[in-house]
Design a protein around this ligand. Structure first.
Ligand code: C5P
Length: 250
């Protein structure tokens, strides 16, 4: 069974449990500074390719030593044997969630699911949630057709890849704010939906073209909200996180 974070937090921490702060920074010092600044408020942190390339597994260890949980956002996409090995290492690192590209296909996704389940059993660790990345939000229909020769709509292709991911044994998918409802309707409530592109009302969008407020993302059915710069770039990250948690509960 994947660990269910809701089993481990008192009721007043449930919202905090659904907020994941993206540590898109260039050093371990900056990352730990943010985790310390958010102590007692935020439990979950995303470590992606920038911080992992800069600091490696020490970044995961540092967050976990401070009591945080890590979503390892390395979007694995390789031959099944390699992805299975990477999935095993994600378990050993103690990630509560990691992701793979659904376009790697059924065999690759099955290998990720199998590798993480087997490693969790072998090392007596919780099995992380394995999440599919479907169509990157940088793609629109024209690029999907013109560059990748995918004839269906973006939404049609996203739902196709979600179905394939579920058949392969994955637990959920990353969804841009405007995909949440369609995915929730098609996949039901057993499917974990992780949503980036969240911006508090009236705040800067940065390079995100499709955004939703924390409240709208929760209402549309997202399980986890990934928020980076509105918190990490704020003069007072703890206050910014508090404001987002308040909006999520509205
Ligand atoms: O700073 P911001 O809130 O835009 O950060 C969003 C995070 O979510 C970044 O780490 C980004 O890489 C990630 N992400 C995204 N859009 C996707 C998938 C992941 O913004 N479609």
């Amino acid at each position: 069974m994947p660990r269910d974070p809701k089993d481990r937090l008192p009721a007043d921490r449930l919202l905090a449990d659904r907020l994941i702060v993206a540590l898109d920074v260039d050093s371990l010092d900056r990352a730990t500074g943010l985790v310390d600044a958010l102590a007692g408020q935020v439990v979950r942190f995303k470590i992606g390719s920038q911080l992992f390339t800069a600091a490696g597994p020490s970044a995961v260890d540092a967050v976990r030593k401070r009591g945080g949980e890590v979503f390892l956002d390395l979007k694995f996409h390789d031959i099944p044997n390699t992805v299975e090995g990477a999935a095993r290492e994600a378990v050993r690192l103690g990630a509560f969630m990691f992701n793979v590209h659904a376009s790697g296909g059924r065999a690759m996704m099955s290998a990720a699911a199998h590798g993480s389940a087997e490693a969790a059993q072998a090392f007596r660790l919780p099995r992380p949630l394995v999440i599919a990345v479907t169509v990157l939000t940088s793609f629109d229909r024209a690029a999907l057709a013109g560059e990748l020769h995918v004839a269906s709509s973006v939404e049609g292709h996203v739902l196709h890849l979600c179905t394939l991911a579920r058949e392969a044994g994955l637990d959920g998918s990353v969804a841009s704010p405007n995909e949440i409802r369609a995915i929730r309707n098609a996949m039901g409530y057993g499917w974990t939906v992780v949503t980036p592109g969240v911006r508090p009302a009236g705040s800067e969008r940065h390079d995100q073209s499709r955004v939703a407020t924390p409240r709208a993302a929760v209402q549309a059915g997202a399980d986890y909200l990934v928020v980076g710069r509105p918190i990490t770039g704020a003069a007072d990250p703890a206050r910014a996180a508090e404001a987002i948690l308040t909006e999520m509960s509205a």
